[in-house]
Design a binder for this molecule. Structure first.
Ligand SMILES: NC(=O)c1ccc[n+]([C@@H]2O[C@H](COP(=O)([O-])OP(=O)(O)OC[C@H]3O[C@@H](n4cnc5c(N)ncnc54)[C@H](OP(=O)(O)O)[C@@H]3O)[C@@H](O)[C@H]2O)c1
Length: 257
């Protein structure tokens, strides 16, 4: 039996990069996946890729800004009305700018906190309620996976706002795990190192930067979205039923170096 058969999953930031790879993997393994992001066209591209490989549509699109409480409320209504339950939530949407603390505007700080941290709170609260209600009706493994970052484990000279937000995601994950354990909902985070996605595209055009990453990474290379998706999907699966409140660092051995 496929690992995610009879599973309803929501993946935020599913229109590209790690979110797209995660949605593809969940669907490939039998899950019904609701793809969330702001840009409908990108989500439709993900859905097309998934649905053309399956007999019945396994992916559908819900365009929403996960920093907007009203959009998140509408997403919760959509999930309740169409599925009545939710088994897997992947809080993957995120982003950053490059800025140093002494020159950073409050607007820039707030944007990065909102997209990386507040979004995890809003979506986990709204969809966590659906998962908790479902747990009262049906006992089964349910999981939330928050995508944090290697940056949440170390200082970030050029991305201090992002490092702060991702460190908070790692600790928020622990508190959420404690609270939702009452419903047998597991909550973990995955912290990717350097991965080739639209988020890092510009930086990775700089050969000096790429060489520095390779030099400082034990595995001597940059990661792929699939390598992160594999770990997210493991944390969401019934193979990880005794794992909650932890962070899985997937950085090719950057921090040990
Ligand atoms: N790539 C890396 O090296 C790396 C390393 C560590 C951690 N991460 C984390 O991994 C996650 C995925 O990033 P990625 O590298 O795959 O980059 P990406 O391709 O840029 O993916 C981020 C996705 O989030 C969506 N998004 C952004 N703001 C949103 C909002 N307000 N509401 C809904 N969706 C939103 C974007 O789509 P729209 O703009 O269309 O909404 C986009 O599809 C992020 O949390 C990132 O911080 C990445």
């Amino acid at each position: 039996m496929k690992r995610f058969q009879q599973t309803v999953a929501v993946v935020t930031g599913a229109g590209s990069g790690i979110g797209r790879a995660t949605a593809e993997r969940l669907a490939y393994e039998g899950g019904k996946v609701i793809l969330v992001g702001r840009t409908r066209a990108k989500l439709e591209e993900t859905a097309l890729g998934i649905n053309r490989n399956s007999r019945i549509p396994m992916a559908e699109v819900f365009a929403a800004d996960v920093t907007d409480p009203e959009d998140v409320r509408e997403l919760a209504v959509y999930v309740t009305q169409n599925y009545g339950d939710l088994h897997v939530l992947v809080n993957n949407a995120g982003g950053s700018s490059h800025s140093r603390i002494l020159n950073m505007s409050e607007k820039e700080w707030n944007y990065v906190q909102d997209v990386n941290l507040k979004s995890v709170f809003l979506v986990s609260q709204a969809l966590g309620k659906i998962m908790a209600e479902g747990a009262k009706r049906e006992q089964r493994d349910r999981a939330i996976v928050n995508v944090a970052s290697l940056s949440g484990h170390q200082a970030g000279a050029e991305i201090p706002h992002y490092s702060a937000a991702k460190a908070a995601v790692i600790n928020f994950t622990r508190s959420l795990a404690l609270e939702l354990s009452a419903y047998q909902i597991r909550v973990n985070s995955v912290s990717p190192g350097f991965v080739e996605t639209p988020l890092t595209e510009q930086g990775l055009q700089n050969e000096k930067f790429v060489r520095a990453i390779q030099r400082n990474t034990a595995m001597k290379r940059i990661g792929t979205p699939k390598e992160i998706a594999n770990v997210i999907v493991f944390a969401a699966s019934h193979e990880a039923t005794y794992m909650t409140g932890t962070d899985l660092l997937v950085d090719g051995g950057w921090l040990i170096k």
